[in-house]
Design a protein around this ligand. Structure first.
Ligand code: NAP
Ligand code: F7E
Length: 345
């Protein structure tokens, strides 16, 4: 039987790298789209590319950009993939307040560009499409926990752009019969998480503080709560969404919620770093045993608007996809901490 062919936009990101590994294990030929940058941006997938046992024919990288319709269209018509995963995005919520127009271009119109290319090249029946939707679309949450029926109320340019992507995916499914599906994924993390997302920033700083390589960690709103899973588990859900008989939209989450402060405390417990919190609100600080300030708030990390609480209900995915997360928060933290110590030793 001919191998299935997948095309991943955003292959160099956290999820793109885990999804590539997963699909290659499933014997797919994986084409990935990377964008041009002045320094190397393929670190997360270099080990796949350089694996001597892995034929280079199974993992092929191409240049392209979500803001460039020509490159997207050319790749889709040339590769004619069975499955397209749109994981490419300006994915940082705080940054989306700084570059809202670019965020809309890459995250909202970029999705439209892929869907248009599928239609334009007559691949409606050949290429299934996965859109990387997000719990940020719930923003100011309209009910707790959030599921596929919960109304959206995005609170950032990123959330608004992703909401356009969500609805244009449904629109192209209904209008043109494309197998186009949305995953509505809650926060998921890993050792490969970008350095400026809060979990990675916390793990990295606290491990360095533990071994004396860093003095302090500055954070923003530590009372906000998230439903954190492991990226390795979430890419499995993406694939399962495209293996369904009919295209549909699914919430992917753990159903457990922790504040940023609780996450800090769990990491401290894992690495045996004693801290004591004192103060309230933005003045709250964490001190070491000998009275040094280890963590404090910096206004630079406070967003114009923040999503204060997110908690997902993934019962539809559990039932229809037979998906459930294999990692809990402690296993996630263990994985991140052990990778961090390896990288600094
Ligand atoms: P990530 O690590 O930030 O990766 C984003 C990917 O998109 C990278 O490969 C990046 O390339 C690429 N990209 C950015 N702008 C692009 C452009 N203009 N053209 C082409 N590629 C571009 O994000 P992630 O955590 O893996 O998340 C994957 C997707 O899921 C994203 O769409 C994100 O918005 C969404 N999502 C993430 C979460 C989460 O908690 N992780 C939750 C829900 C939804 P570079 O490597 O060159 O930067
Ligand atoms: O922030 C607070 C911050 O940047 C989480 C993206 O993958 O998940 C991610 O978006 C919370 C927020 O993730 C700092 O204010 C406090 O309340 O790690 P984050 P995010 O904004 O939830 C969703 C589902 C996505 O789709 C996105 O692509 O932590 N926070 N102090 C901080 N956040 C950051 N980054 N840095 C701080 O110092």
């Amino acid at each position: 039987m001919a191998k299935k062919v997948a095309l991943i936009f955003g292959v160099t990101g956290q999820d793109g790298s885990y999804l590539s590994e997963f699909l290659i294990k499933k014997k797919y030929i994986v084409h990935g789209v990377k964008r041009r940058s002045s320094s190397i941006n393929t670190q997360r997938v270099d080990h796949i590319y350089q694996d001597p046992h892995e034929s280079k024919k199974n993992f092929i990288l191409h240049y392209g950009d979500m803001t460039d319709a020509t490159s997207i269209s050319k790749l889709i018509s040339m590769i004619k993939p069975n499955e397209i995963y749109n994981l490419a995005a300006q994915s940082h919520v705080a940054v989306s307040f700084e570059i809202p127009e670019y965020t809309a271009n890459a995250d909202a119109l970029g999705t439209l560009r892929i869907l248009e290319a599928i239609k334009f090249h007559g691949l409606e029946k050949k290429s299934k499409f996965y859109q990387a939707g997000t719990s940020e679309m719930y923003g100011k949450v309209q009910s707790v926990p959030q599921n596929e029926k919960t109304n959206f109320y995005p609170l950032s340019p990123y959330g608004v752009a992703k909401l356009y992507a969500h609805w244009i995916t449904i629109n192209y499914r209904q209008a043109y019969g494309i197998f186009a599906a949305n995953g509505i994924l809650f926060n998921h993390e890993s050792p490969r998480r970008g350095e400026t997302f809060v979990t990675k920033k916390i793990v990295s700083a606290l491990c360095k503080i533990k071994v004396g390589l860093q003095k302090k960690l500055f954070l923003g709103n530590i009372s906000s709560k998230r439903d954190w899973g492991h990226a390795k588990d979430y890419v499995v859900a993406m694939w399962k969404i495209l293996q369904q008989k009919k295209p549909d939209d699914f919430v992917i989450a753990t159903g457990k919620q922790y504040s940023i402060k609780q996450f800090v405390n769990l990491v401290c417990k894992e690495i045996k770093l004693d801290i004591t919190w004192k103060g309230k609100g933005l003045r709250e600080k964490a001190f070491s045993k000998d009275g040094k300030i280890l963590i404090e708030c910096d206004n630079r990390y406070i967003r114009p608007l923040d999503v204060n609480t997110l908690l997902g209900n993934a019962s539809k995915a559990r039932k229809k996809l037979k998906w459930k997360p294999a990692h809990n928060i402690n296993q996630l933290i263990k994985d991140m901490v052990s990778a961090e110590f390896k990288s600094i030793n």
